[in-house]
Design a protein around this ligand. Structure first.
Ligand code: DI6
Ligand code: FE
Length: 391
């Protein structure tokens, strides 16, 4: 059998589309005849990019906190002093529906303009019933406003809100008993996430939330081992999580657990870069154990105010040892896997959604190479030209 060329590239290729679906992808000479054809000028076409981990919706920003961090104050230190995530919680609760939609829509339009056709969006800056639900509704609404599929994730266990500092377990009760039931009943989230960390939630608390999520048939994922090894990867694996994300401090046992469970490792090179972390996730061990690896922007105001998927690819290459080809796979087919969507997107094949990006580049490595450029020529979502700026 012939070896697959780098990136699975096909020269002089054609895609045939019926409605929302690809019916042919391959050499132009073999393409079926069509009612209507469109010449893409010989440009590179890739699957639409998929961003499987974002905190896109939030009030305010944390530029001042960033200034402090540049002067040497630590992220965890700021969080313990009531800043960090809790500062964004205050701004998000105060923002109201329209302002949250407006700011998130701007960020989303930028991601779309860089070739993103599917995105995951977490709640987690409300931390009360009303604001968590508001965030999830906004996530769903954004998917209606822009030509992109939005997959909302409920992240009620992002931080312990100020009202519950004295009794974090009572907040976990609220997440399980007052937040999850209406969210599941109204189908406001496609998955449930939690932040497993000394400054956030313990494995025991998260087990309660994940057990409840399973009762509602909701898949789980986890912010795992970002700042310390809290056994997050093992916890995610125990619950058959879709993904375990961050993983800077994941141990050898954690890697083995992910491999056994088939859980995807989502690495967030933007956060690694922006926090100036010194310890990279164990990429070589993950690869050796055949754990699928995806990349996401982690777009959030505290650790990764990043709206360029292409910069995420670049950081993965320059900081975490990805090849440009591995990086592109990590933001297409592996990212689809991280969202449980491998069956209908992430590659250009018959039967998959016609989600693709057209690029003004000579070779695919340029996608990860050009710092701050946007060579995206056009984006197609479900077979239609996507024009995010005109909405
Ligand atoms: N880890 C992260 O990188 C983001 N959330 C999390 O649990 C950061 C969120 C923030 O700082 O606002
Ligand atoms: Fe995150």
């Amino acid at each position: 059998m012939a070896e697959t060329p780098p990136y699975g590239l096909v020269d002089d290729a054609a895609l045939a589309i019926d409605g929302e679906t690809i019916v042919f992808a391959g050499p132009r000479a073999q393409a079926p005849t069509a009612d209507r054809t469109l010449d893409l000028g010989g440009r590179l076409v890739t699957p639409g990019l998929i961003d499987p981990h974002t905190h896109l919706i939030y009030g305010g920003n944390r530029a001042l906190e960033w200034e402090q961090r540049l002067l040497g104050v630590g992220y965890a230190e700021i969080a313990r002093a009531g800043g960090g995530i809790l500062a964004t919680v205050r701004a998000t609760r105060a923002a109201g529906y329209e302002r949250l939609v407006e700011s998130a829509q701007l960020r989303l339009a930028t991601l779309c303009a860089h070739g993103v056709t599917t995105i995951e969006v977490k709640s987690g800056y409300g931390l009360d019933v009303e604001t968590e639900i508001r965030m999830l509704r906004i996530a769903r609404d954004l998917g209606e406003r822009l030509p992109i599929d939005v997959h909302p994730t409920f992240l009620g266990a992002h931080a312990v809100p100020p009202e519950f500092t004295a009794d974090p377990d009572a907040y976990v009760d609220l997440v399980c008993d007052e937040m999850l039931p209406p969210i599941a009943a109204e189908k406001l989230a496609d998955a449930v996430d939690a932040f497993c960390e000394t400054i956030a939630f313990t494995p025991a608390q998260i087990e309660r939330i994940f057990t409840r999520a399973a009762e509602f048939g909701l898949p789980v994922k986890l912010h795992a081992d970002q700042l310390s090894d809290g056994g997050g990867a093992e916890l995610a694996a125990r619950f058959g999580a879709l993904s375990a994300d961050h993983l800077e401090y994941t141990s050898t046992a954690g890697v083995a657990a992910l491999a056994r469970a088939g859980t995807v490792a989502v690495v967030l090179p933007g956060a690694y870069y922006f926090l100036r972390e010194q310890r990279p996730p164990p990429i070589a061990a993950l690869r050796a154990a055949k754990v699928p690896i995806a990349i996401a922007t982690d777009c959030n105001p505290g650790t990764a105010p990043l709206v360029s998927p292409l910069l995420a690819l670049n950081f993965a290459c320059t900081l975490l040892g990805f090849s440009p080809e591995q990086a592109l796979r990590a933001m297409t087919c592996e990212a689809a896997r991280a969202l449980g969507l491998r069956h209908d997107r992430g590659t250009l094949e018959p039967g998959k959604l016609a989600d693709f990006a057209v690029w003004n580049v000579e070779q695919p490595a340029e996608l990860a190479y050009a710092l701050g450029a946007n060579p995206c020529h056009a984006v197609y979502k479900r077979g239609r030209r996507a024009e995010p700026t005109q909405h």
